[in-house]
Design a protein around this ligand. Sequence first.
Ligand code: AP5
Ligand code: MG
Length: 223
Amino acid sequence: MRLVLVGPPGAGKGTQAQFIAEHLQVPKISTGDIFRANVSEGTALGVAAKAFMDRGDLVPDDVTVDMVRDRLVQDDALGGFLLDGFPRTVPQAQTLDDVLRDSADAALDVVLELVVDDDEVIRRLSGRRTCRTCNHIWHVDFDPPEVEGVCDRDRGELYQREDDKAETVANRLSVYAEQTSPLVSFYAERGLLVGIDATGPVDDITARALGALRPFAAARTGE
Ligand code: AP5
Ligand code: MG
């Protein structure tokens, strides 16, 4: 299955991506995670992306698209994938269509929109912690690890993202409204969009997401 998750910062894309990708047995491709890995390794890509990310702005489309194109032609993504955080602009979405057509003679199956309001986003991002080694996402109140600052899964160190400061979050929300939310109607017009309420317990949202995706998975396998 070829699936895109869309939703504002803090909607739970990364959290749900972990479970949905596991369930569908497709690789999870998170552009934010790829950028952050490049920033911490000090690569040229990381150096180019860092200033945009720290401000909460989007990394320019040309840089982002080249990075995703390289990732999508790797063997594990040829049969399907879950994209978290890409596309984020209409030109990125158009490029994604072209890449799929050229590389796999394929198209997207579905775009899942996670719907939450701004107040909930702010509560979530202010308490988010991420594992430095496995990228697992925690929250100090809503999903705390057993030992503060330590990942339950691999004992990795938990850190707070640079872009989760209040003023940067405010910019990320307006960038989402201006540049990314047009994707909702872009995909709705193509009959690819399904939206779910992304508030409530994480497990309930995963169940809601898998339920919403089922008809698209069935259509794909011809059931
Ligand atoms: P990216 O890393 O993609 O950030 P984002 O879209 O702003 O989204 P987040 O990762 O902040 O939120 P999320 O929806 O994944 O929520 P999460 O699951 O963590 O991008 C970062 C930057 O990289 C961008 O600003 C840009 O600069 C650059 N970039 C990336 N892709 C790009 C692209 N395509 N083009 C250009 N630039 C790009 O959850 C948040 C918190 O809430 C967690 O603590 C979690 O535990 C908690 N939580 C989750 N679900 C629940 C729940 N149901 N109840 C309570 N708490 C919950
Ligand atoms: Mg994320």
